[in-house]
Ligand binder design. Structure first.
Ligand code: SF4
Length: 326
């Protein structure tokens, strides 16, 4: 339930804004000249706002498509963010260190994103170009607000050279089930072992539900990505990850799996400091972490051990060519 909606002047007449306002007719609507005046304001409490975020509707300007720092098999990798922030509240999420505000920002000018995507792809004629949509938020969790999947799935379905990765922890798969699967879309579900998920991923549907959602999509022909990111450490992590991998790979048929990614728990130092200040009681931030080259992570030996363990176990389930470490 959204109580307050800030509307940027430049976006006010956009049909998506009109539609959202009509659907939230009880919300207080506040006109603003630019989304940054609310979103980037100083002295905000991310933690407090997270309890009841407002919605900011804006038009994205400048670089709409940016080079992605990772890939899942393609040479050319980009990301775009139609939304900033997330419905869920994962304690390790870098967004709470990166943004001052927990309000949801939806950039409504999807047609400009699509033009920018086409322009970017034109720079690599004849090549597959990958576009990641879940970088600054969850691709599907806010679907009822954003209508993102409904707008972008037909666009990518009509441009087979462009590969879309939707990255999610949600089970909001209705827009996908409502249409035919197409080969250049990877629906990537992120997992941590259930006990980590319960203590750290607040508001996220249980693993079983997400596995069931991924299995259902696989059954309907969608290509599935599996993401184990961040890989977390605790005594006995081996059993937790072994069980998780067995559960997931038992449910998703190998022929439906596009790629499997796993990534170390790492945060830029400034983000980590802000996050630890917000949640001083959080055990994750009190665990033995160290700083290397401006990034806070587990001690090198611990990181090597857990990443090595996961790589070995994952190789029992998928060929090396489908496995990507971040
Ligand atoms: S689901 Fe992803 S984007 Fe959302 S809070 Fe968790 S880590 Fe952050």
């Amino acid at each position: 339930m959204i109580d307050t909606i800030y509307v940027e002047e430049a976006a006010a007449s956009h049909p998506r804004v009109r539609d959202l306002l009509a659907r939230h007719s009880r919300a207080l609507v506040v006109p603003i000249s630019g989304y940054g005046e609310v979103f980037n304001r100083g002295h905000q409490s991310f933690r407090l706002q997270k309890r009841k975020p407002s919605l900011i509707l804006a038009a994205k300007r400048g670089n709409l498509v940016l080079e992605a720092p990772y890939g899942i098999g393609g040479e050319r990798n980009f990301y775009f963010s139609h939304v900033l922030n997330c419905l869920y509240d994962c304690r390790y999420c870098f967004l709470q260190g990166m943004f001052r505000s927990a309000h949801y920002v939806v950039f409504v000018n999807y047609e400009d994103f699509q033009e920018a995507i086409l322009r970017t792809a034109d720079l690599s004629p004849g090549e597959e170009v990958y576009f990641f949509s879940g970088y600054d938020g969850d691709s599907l969790a806010l679907e009822s607000l954003t209508g993102f999947a409904d707008a972008f799935l037909p666009f990518f379905a009509g441009n087979l050279r462009l590969v879309l990765e939707l990255r999610t922890k949600s089970v909001a798969i209705r827009p996908l089930l409502a249409r035919e699967a197409f080969p250049n879309c990877v629906v990537a579900f992120s997992f941590t072992p259930e006990s980590f998920s319960k203590s750290l991923e607040h508001g996220v549907p249980p693993n079983e539900q997400r596995i069931a959602a991924a299995a259902k999509l696989a059954e309907r022909g969608w290509r599935i990505g599996l993401r184990f990111d961040p890989v977390l450490y605790a005594p006995g992590y081996e059993r937790l990850y072994r069980e998780l991998f067995e559960r997931v790979f038992l449910s998703i048929p190998p022929e439906s799996i596009h790629s499997v990614g796993f990534g170390a728990f790492r945060l830029p130092r400034d983000y980590f400091t802000r996050m630890a200040r917000q949640y001083p009681e959080e055990r994750l931030f009190a665990s033995p972490l160290e700083e290397r080259s401006g990034m806070v992570s587990y001690a090198a030996a611990v990181e090597e051990e857990v990443m090595g363990f996961c790589r070995e176990r994952l190789r029992e389930h998928v060929p090396e060519r489908q496995l990507f470490a971040y």
